[in-house]
Design a protein. Structure first.
Lengths: 426, 221
């Protein structure tokens, strides 16, 4: 295809007499040496293309000292070295008007004269065609490459779509919106998901069973303790106050152990995934419960919950945490208790009351095991210790200070929200 | 005042009943959920002390069933299930108060007293009606002139019931129901004897007899 082009073009200029394909030989074949040995070229038989200046077709004939060149070369020249007969060479050179030329130089021997004939043809048309071809070829290649990349991306995307669904499911599991992975997965990872679901189920079942067992144990122990307490209050023991006190002390100590240790063992902590708590609903119910527990005192309990705040953890743990905090506040308040829930980088609960507060040096001891900052009010002193256990099991922080708004004790609980971010796929 | 105590523990139940009786309550003991539910519907109790872990039917279920049928009887839940979740569920089912085991008897008594008074619409604290003050700790009464007299068990129950329902006509049978236990030998004529004894301690005019209807403590409100 490429080679055909120049040939077609020359057909325009070629006189009818000249046979096709003979163009290279034209100048050489129509050459005669006259009697004086001077080189003569039959102008009539020379192609017209060699007559037009800078036509792009040139020749130079060198015979000894004689040198003849085509009219088309005009006043330009081509640097040609004579060649011995039988040798030839093809060179690329720059012609008149800086045309890129393909130069064929060949040595001949005719009528006992050594001849060197150089024929040149302008390659710019050919090169332009070549360039155009390269351009088109490049563009087509780029388009095909882009299409291939697109197809590849689609294939990869389609191939990974089920995994993406699984990943999304895992994220929902962690946020507590789902309790198992229900996305369909490719056969390669299906067994892994089945196993994961089985583990989740087992974990859930086991934690529920252990909670139940602990609950039953606590129930049984506490009922026996109640009997013991009741027995120690029997009138028959009135004459032995020391005995009564000893029994009372022991049962109280046992009660504390049962309460604290079994409650701690029941904590689910943040390890259990797939849980989510309706904060607003639970707090509402809890506030009503406290209202009834403290019906005689009737404290005004206000709660403010930042919209969108969620607790990804165990419901029972949350109730235990807030129940103990609010219970403590209600116990000590004069008339008002406030609960604020906010969430920024972590979930924060703030409980304040308008009670007497707590001396600074006693604040740190508040959560010590069964410590009671003031023995004047009934209570086990366990509530805040249990709060400490819950906060620790969620890797949170617990802080006591004086409430600026209400004047009493202020308790700040900060629980980290899930830190495990989900990096986007691919 | 008459109480229904629902407690399945064979030791704690009778112990608690004895303690409550000596605190001046007529107490019926039930050890099973189904029985307790029926008793609570049939008998005119003033208050129920309810355990949650019961054979037959759980305490929460019993309580929810009562509330569903519109039985508003005051209920103090007494249970070893002390988690906040269980407390929340107890109140959701319709409990009026919640006491965890083990408990100090004084605390239980104070809670029962507060709930009973709330149920009767009386103010918390010592009962004081028509110049008569009832000392619930010592089961004695004090008159406006400062004179005190001791009360026997039935006298105390009767006077407290009167004082929780001042200005209301109370029939003899109603008084019997609220002063005696279920299995007691209820002779309503004995009530007359006790009322006469109360009149000797209170003065003749505070408890009036309304012929054919019953008795009334204090003035009509």
């Amino acid at each position: 295809m490429v080679g055909g082009q120049p040939r077609d073009r020359t057909a325009d200029h070629r006189p009818v007499a000249v046979a096709p394909g003979a163009r290279w030989r034209d100048p050489a074949g129509r050459r005669r040496f006259d009697a004086a040995g001077a080189l003569a070229i039959d102008a009539a038989r020379i192609d017209a293309i060699y007559q037009r200046p800078f036509s792009g077709h040139y020749y130079i004939v060198i015979a000894g000292a004689q040198r003849q060149q085509s009219r088309s070369l005009w006043d330009g020249d081509l640097a040609i070295e004579p060649l011995p007969p039988g040798q030839w060479r093809e060179i690329r050179a720059s012609g008149p008007q800086r045309q890129p030329l393909l130069l064929r130089v060949a040595g001949y021997s005719r009528q006992q004269h050594d001849l060197t004939i150089a024929v040149a043809e302008d390659l710019s048309a050919l090169e332009a065609g070549l360039r155009r071809f390269q351009l088109i070829y490049g563009a087509v290649s780029a388009a095909v490459l882009a299409a291939l990349l697109l197809v590849q991306r689609l294939i990869v995307g389609r191939g990974l779509a089920p995994i993406d669904a699984v990943r999304e499911n895992l994220a929902r599991l962690e946020r507590g919106e789902a309790s198992c992975i229900d996305a369909a997965a490719p056969a390669e990872i299906e067994p892994m998901i089945v196993e994961l679901n089985r583990l989740l189920g087992t974990l859930d079942k086991r934690s529920r069973r252990s909670r139940e067992a602990l609950g039953n144990l606590a129930h049984a122990l506490k009922t026996r303790l109640a009997i013991l307490t009741q027995s120690s209050e029997a009138p028959a023991l009135a004459a032995h106050p020391a005995l009564r006190a000893a029994i009372g002390e022991s049962t109280e100590a046992m009660r504390r152990i049962v309460e604290r240790e079994l409650k701690r063992a029941r904590l689910a902590g943040s390890a259990m995934p797939g849980q989510r708590v309706d904060l607003e609903g639970e707090i509402d119910v809890l506030v009503r419960t406290l209202g009834q527990l403290y019906a005689g005192k009737a404290p005004r309990i206000t709660s403010a919950i930042a919209p969108g705040a969620t607790f990804a953890g165990d419901r029972e743990d949350l109730l235990e945490l807030l129940g103990n905090l609010l219970d403590n506040a209600c116990k000590w308040c004069t008339a008002r208790v406030s609960l604020t829930v906010s969430h920024a980088d972590c979930l924060a609960f703030t409980v304040e009351d308008d009670g007497p507060g707590c001396a600074t040096d006693a604040i740190e001891e508040l959560t010590a095991r069964g410590y009671r900052a003031d023995e004047s009010k009934p209570g086990s002193g366990l509530g805040l210790a249990i709060v400490r256990d819950i906060v620790d099991s969620y890797d949170g922080s617990l802080q006591f200070s004086r409430s600026a708004a209400l004047g009493g004790l202020r308790v700040d609980v900060r629980l980290p929200t899930s830190q495990r971010a989900n990096p986007p796929l691919g | 005042m008459r109480l229904l105590l629902v407690e399945d523990d064979a030791r704690l139940g009778p112990q608690l009943r004895a303690a409550l009786q000596s605190a001046g309550y007529a107490v019926d003991l039930s050890t099973d959920g189904i029985d307790a539910e029926a008793l609570g519907d049939i008998e005119p109790y003033d208050l129920v002390v309810l355990d949650l872990g019961l054979p037959g039917r759980s305490g929460l279920e019993v309580l929810a069933n009562w509330r569903q049928r519109g039985n508003r009887i005051p209920v103090v839940v007494l249970t070893a299930r002390g988690s906040w979740q269980e407390k929340v569920e107890g109140f959701k089912a319709g409990a009026d108060d919640y006491v965890g085991k083990p408990f100090q008897f004084e605390e239980l008594l104070a809670r029962i007293d507060a709930v009973a008074k709330r149920g009767q619409g009386a103010a918390a604290g010592p009962l004081c009606v028509a110049g008569v003050t009832l000392d619930e700790q010592n089961q004695s009464l004090m008159l406006a002139d400062g004179s005190r007299s001791q009360l026997t068990g039935i006298e105390y129950r009767l006077l407290r019931y009167f004082m929780l329902n001042p200005g209301r006509v109370l029939s003899k049978s109603r008084l019997t129901e609220h002063v005696y236990e279920y299995d007691a030998d209820r002779d309503s004529n004995v009530i007359e004897v006790y009322i006469n004894r109360l009149r000797q301690k209170l003065g003749p005019d505070i408890i009036r007899t309304l012929r054919g209807q019953g008795y009334m403590f204090g003035e009509r409100p």
